[in-house]
Design a protein around this ligand. Structure first.
Ligand SMILES: COc1cc(/C=C/C(=O)SCCNC(=O)CCNC(=O)[C@H](O)C(C)(C)COP(=O)(O)OP(=O)(O)OC[C@H]2O[C@@H](n3cnc4c(N)ncnc43)[C@H](O)[C@@H]2OP(=O)(O)O)ccc1O
Ligand SMILES: O=C(O)CCC(=O)C(=O)O
Ligand SMILES: [Fe+2]
Length: 356
């Protein structure tokens, strides 16, 4: 890694070593954006690279028995890798409550918040972190996040989770699970996985991770990144965003960036690398990024469907049945996720780890 300027070392000490996060730094009343957070020109999101002619689909899923709904979902996963769903049955109050809970957690005094800092937390199942991979990054993301591992075993440590948000996180996850199961069923059916097979579905839903992402307001959001371009490693991600906007998705035809407009009550669904690999590239795990807001603190709440650490995955036999050549080798999930978390975000490059 290239040497950093002396002020950046001070900022890293405050934000990472002293566990204050970017939220703690913004709370000091900084009036300029520190060098550590400034992206090189070529990595910034330029207005002329924002698409004004694409939009990702918004799908009404009130009737799962309607073949048009299932077709639209598979088509969106193939063509866009991203779509929003409405009328999904997760109550608006549950969605609002988890967003409010995120603000409550990040509104705690620094000393209270940092009790959950990674490595210091009372349980490994909850960890407060900043940016993405601070040990590997030259420029930091303008983001802190509180991450909850939510397998049935992990939930045994619920009493150690932060009381200001733990009920809302569990309620949100439990309310979203029927929709997530339905989405997986539809997407797997689209890959010719015929029977609804519990043994096949279980590993896909058993190890969710819920993050409370917090992007404090940023004086110069055009110079920084809330999340840098990346694809998720999940099977699918179910994301709740707030009313501030700022999520952008890569267009597959001209490389421009498409804004995902906030739709009240909607959930944003995206395909992750695991599902792209399982589908042998039929479904697309698309690059996306976030820009912080100039005046408002933004929150979002993704549910990542991860696999168990020792689960081996690769292109599904049903997809290869007709003689299609596999594009990916089989990999162990923990190897894939360790690779992802060991480096800074590099757009779509993570998937090359599994490519033949
Ligand atoms: C998260 O932001 C994201 C996520 C994504 C997309 C995500 C997905 O698609 S799925 C992701 C959800 N899954 C998980 O988060 C899996 C749960 N995580 C883990 O099991 C582990 O983190 C691990 C992946 C197995 C890595 O474990 P390990 O190799 O042991 O490394 P760590 O314990 O995490 O860290 C080592 C060391 O570094 C410090 N550190 C690491 N990251 C941070 C951070 N962000 N902030 C502060 N400090 C950090 C950590 O404290 C450790 O220090 P020690 O002093 O203890 O050595 C897409 C986009 C996103 O932005
Ligand atoms: O905050 C958002 O809208 C998206 C966050 C994201 O991409 C992630 O956490 O993986
Ligand atoms: Fe993401």
């Amino acid at each position: 890694m290239p040497p950093r300027e002396p002020n950046s070392e001070k900022i890293i000490d405050f934000v990472v070593n002293k566990r204050n996060g970017i939220k703690g730094l913004v709370d000091t009343g900084i009036e300029t954006v520190p060098e550590l957070y400034i992206l090189p020109l070529e990595e910034r999101l330029e207005p002329n690279n924002i698409s004004n002619h694409h939009s990702i689909p918004v799908i009404d899923v009130s009737n799962w028995d309607d073949p048009k709904v299932t077709e639209s979902i598979c088509k969106a996963a193939e063509e866009w890798g991203f779509f929003q769903i409405i009328n999904h049955g997760v109550p608006l109050e549950v969605l609002d409550a988890v967003k409010e809970a995120s603000h409550r957690f990040f509104g705690l005094p620094n000393e209270e918040r940092k009790k959950y800092w990674v490595g210091n937390s009372p349980t490994e199942t909850v960890a407060l972190k900043t940016s993405f991979a601070p040990l590997a990054e030259t420029v930091f993301e303008w983001k802190d996040f509180l991450s909850f591992r939510c397998s049935p075993r992990d939930l045994e440590s619920f009493p150690l989770w932060p009381p200001v948000c733990r009920d809302e996180v569990v309620k949100y996850l439990e309310s979203a699970k029927p929709v997530i199961r339905k989405l997986l069923e539809v997407l797997l059916k689209g890959l010719k996985v015929k029977e609804r097979d519990k043994t096949r579905e279980y590993p896909l839903i058993v190890s969710p991770v819920v993050n409370l992402n917090y992007y404090p307001h940023c004086l110069k959001p055009d110079l920084t990144g809330g999340v840098f371009p990346h694809s998720d490693i999940s099977t699918i991600t179910t994301l709740l965003q707030d009313e501030n906007g700022g999520l952008y998705v890569r267009a597959t035809d001209d490389n421009s960036w498409i804004h995902v407009p906030p739709v009240n009550g909607a959930l944003v669904i995206n395909v992750g690398d695991i599902l792209q690999i399982m589908s042998n590239d039929r479904y697309k795990s698309i690059e996306h990024r976030v820009v912080a807001n100039g005046s408002k603190d933004r929150v979002s709440v993704p549910i990542f469907l991860d696999l168990g650490a020792d689960v081996v995955f690769g292109p599904l036999p049903e997809v290869l049945e007709s003689g299609e050549q596999p594009l990916y080798k089989e990999v162990v999930f923990s190897d894939y996720s360790k690779y992802f978390f060991s480096k800074k975000h590099e757009g779509k490059k993570t998937i090359d780890f599994a490519r033949i």
